[in-house]
Ligand binder design. Structure first.
Ligand code: PMP
Length: 449
């Protein structure tokens, strides 16, 4: 990689973004009352120095306030995997909120049992409870795992992401119990007191940590998706299940992103058998919704525990969790939008996307790798594809990533910030994918000179 050339290209694309997006830039400059000038500080993760402001979004398209329409492969980093405002969800939300009324009344609706039964059909777990975010689903799964096992620690994979769950912000060190993930804000205590860590795809490392006998649960994605995509090697997930059973540790699959693998996520696609499963983002079709599932056996053990306050102050649940609006949106999303047929189409489109990226890389002899998990693809600046989170983290190249994101955005294509990730939704078309293939190849040609 010619760094001077990359640097010059990035400067050129930044100038072009400023020229194309005067209204977004001005809105950002005016936002004096927002912490970091944005509604949420992560919105500052924008190649080019300012975020594009949203005007409208429908299906696989986003339009910014400067009047540019984009093919959206970001899809709200999975929150809009059903496409933006799909009609069945829009109708269900309108009906619940405007026609029937009662978005949040502290009363259950009949939709909830429909959703629970559908989640059981897809993921296998027998009992379900709701949250508004995947982070909260994880937090509550962790509390329940600690309560039922009486053990203090949670084990995660190095460079995982499970939301702002304190226990998950730990990375491996060459020797020893791991260390806080660099940049973590406001840890309540030394993370090694609450957590253990192992590399993804490393069963020996996992067993070494579980053997301490103090791990309540392993919280993991069946494939890492937040440090590029790191796929499990043959036998790894079977080994994780065997070891967790052997050491009396519960297994929690976080399917928030790996849902892209199919209608039942990796758990359904690969016939996995976790004790708990967490999910959020996509299931509400853009309306805040999350859920966690428990095996029947685990649910019974928890409900039988008279000492646990699961009803009032026990720390499991939020006032708006399971509200009528979120549950109606989730039902509409699962019943009509993110169906088995939709996943099949999205997977085929992602394969086409992956082929386009591979062809571009081959044409320029670039030693990068591309991985796919159903409807989601991601490339990393290294080859072969990383086997662990730590290997994948070592391959990051923020300047190169910024250039590619900006080059694409200036030509009407959005990728997910924090990733070189593209996600397909039911409204994505072959033409959308081919447009990306063309623009990506042009970006590589510029890099090559
Ligand atoms: N789990 C996984 C696997 C995720 O990727 C994320 C977010 N990227 C979360 C949990 C947290 O989701 P949320 O921010 O919606 O709580």
């Amino acid at each position: 990689m010619d760094r001077a050339r990359l640097h010059a290209l990035l400067a050129r694309e930044s100038a072009e973004a400023e020229r194309r997006n005067p209204r977004s830039r001005a809105a950002y400059a005016r936002a004096d009352h927002l912490f970091g000038r944005v509604p949420m500080t992560w919105m500052n993760k924008t190649a080019g120095g300012f975020p594009r402001y949203l005007a409208e979004a429908r299906g696989a398209r986003v339009t910014d306030v400067d009047g540019h329409t984009y093919v959206d492969f970001c899809l709200g980093d999975t929150g809009a995997m059903a496409g933006h405002s799909p009609a069945p969800v829009a109708e269900a939300v309108h009906r619940r909120y405007a026609e029937l009324g009662g978005a949040t009344a502290m009363l259950p609706t009949e939709d909830a049992e429909w959703v629970g039964a559908e989640l059981t059909r897809r993921f296998g777990l027998a009992r379900w409870s709701f949250s508004l975010t995947a982070t909260d689903a994880n937090r509550w799964a962790i509390r329940l795992a600690r309560a039922v096992t009486g053990r203090p620690k949670i084990l995660v994979n190095s460079y995982c992401y499970h939301g702002s769950v304190d226990e998950s912000l730990i990375v491996t060190t060459p020797d020893g119990p791991g260390a806080p993930r660099p940049g973590n804000v406001g840890a309540p205590c030394d993370v090694t007191l609450t957590s253990r860590v192992a590399e993804f795809n490393d069963l020996a490392g996992l067993e070494r940590e579980l053997a301490h006998g103090d791990v309540a649960a392993v919280l993991m994605e069946p494939a890492l998706t937040n440090i590029g995509i790191v796929l499990p090697e043959p036998g790894y997930l079977t080994g994780v299940r065997e070891l967790t059973r052997q050491y009396g540790t519960l297994l929690v699959n976080d399917e928030t992103h790996t849902f892209s693998a199919g209608p039942g996520g990796c758990t359904g696609a690969w016939d996995l058998a976790p004790d708990l499963l967490t999910i959020g983002k996509a299931i509400g079709g853009g309306i805040p919704a999350g859920a966690y599932g428990l095996s029947a056996e685990l649910a019974e053990r928890l409900l039988a525990r008279g000492d646990l306050d699961l009803v009032d102050m026990g720390g499991v649940g939020g006032t708006l969790a399971g509200n009528a609006l979120s549950v109606a949106a989730t039902r509409a999303t699962l019943e009509h939008v993110l169906t088995g047929e939709a996943f099949a189409r999205m997977g085929t489109l992602a394969e086409r996307f992956e082929t386009g990226v591979r062809d571009g890389l081959a044409a320029h002899g670039l030693p990068w790798s591309v991985s796919r998990l159903g409807a989601r693809t991601e490339y990393r600046f290294t080859s072969p594809a990383p086997r662990t989170g730590t290997e994948s983290a070592a391959a990051s190249d923020p300047e190169l990533e910024d250039f590619l994101h900006l080059y694409l955005a200036n030509r009407g294509i959005l990728l997910t910030p924090f990733h070189n990730m593209a996600l397909m939704c039911p409204d994505t078309t072959e033409q959308d994918v081919d447009t990306h293939t063309e623009v990506f190849a042009a970006a590589l040609a510029e890099l090559a000179g």
